[in-house]
Design a protein around this ligand. Sequence first.
Ligand SMILES: CC(C)(COP(=O)(O)OP(=O)(O)OC[C@H]1O[C@@H](n2cnc3c(N)ncnc32)[C@H](O)[C@@H]1OP(=O)(O)O)[C@@H](O)C(=O)NCCC(=O)NCCS
Length: 190
Amino acid sequence: MQEVLPEGGVVRKLWIGETAKYREHVLRLDPESRRNRFAGGVSDDFVRSYVDMTTGLDAVVHGFFVGGMMRGAAELRPLGARFARQAEAAISVEKPWQSHGVGSALLRRTLLAARNRGFRLLHMACLADNRRMQQLARKFDAELTFDFESVVGEVESSRPTPLSLMREMMSDGHGFTTAMLDLQTRMLRA
Ligand SMILES: CC(C)(COP(=O)(O)OP(=O)(O)OC[C@H]1O[C@@H](n2cnc3c(N)ncnc32)[C@H](O)[C@@H]1OP(=O)(O)O)[C@@H](O)C(=O)NCCC(=O)NCCS
């Protein structure tokens, strides 16, 4: 299923070599969104190191792209062998694109990726006053528990099925095609 997203934007996986787009997106977040994304205030240097580290790990990053610029991101990171079947998820959307369904589209794709990788438990570091993220998580059928004191929310993700694997493959195909068309259009305009 493809959502109608603002300004004809698309959600697709980040490709190798696109780390700079991700870094620039996170650096563009307004102070409140950045604080909410990292569950506290962080410096530009922290953001740069964080993005470099994340893209070097076994993370699945989906981006929301408008005209080749990354305006939103969702990350899914395995917690490692000691915490099998558990991953951390985090989402960010730049302010002008918030409240237009982008966060929902990113979370939907991240939950699908989690399910297809066999993750049963997703941790989401979420400040207690971040009502929007909590409402967003509640929109999904998954069972949800928030621990407001430790500011961590957890979402159970369901098992992979042939249909869920196919849906992820089809979404990737759509993202690739749209990105190629977008690139061609911009090259023709130049
Ligand atoms: C949290 C965040 C990812 C949500 O993204 P978004 O694109 O605004 O989300 P959506 O438009 O899909 O809205 C999701 C739900 O949030 C709620 N919501 C949206 N806009 C809202 C607003 N202005 N006020 C309160 N709730 C709002 C609604 O319940 C909405 O669902 P609905 O449209 O079906 O009613 C985005 O606000 C963001 O990047 N915030 C800063 C970073 C952050 O907090 N990250 C989460 C830490 S993991």
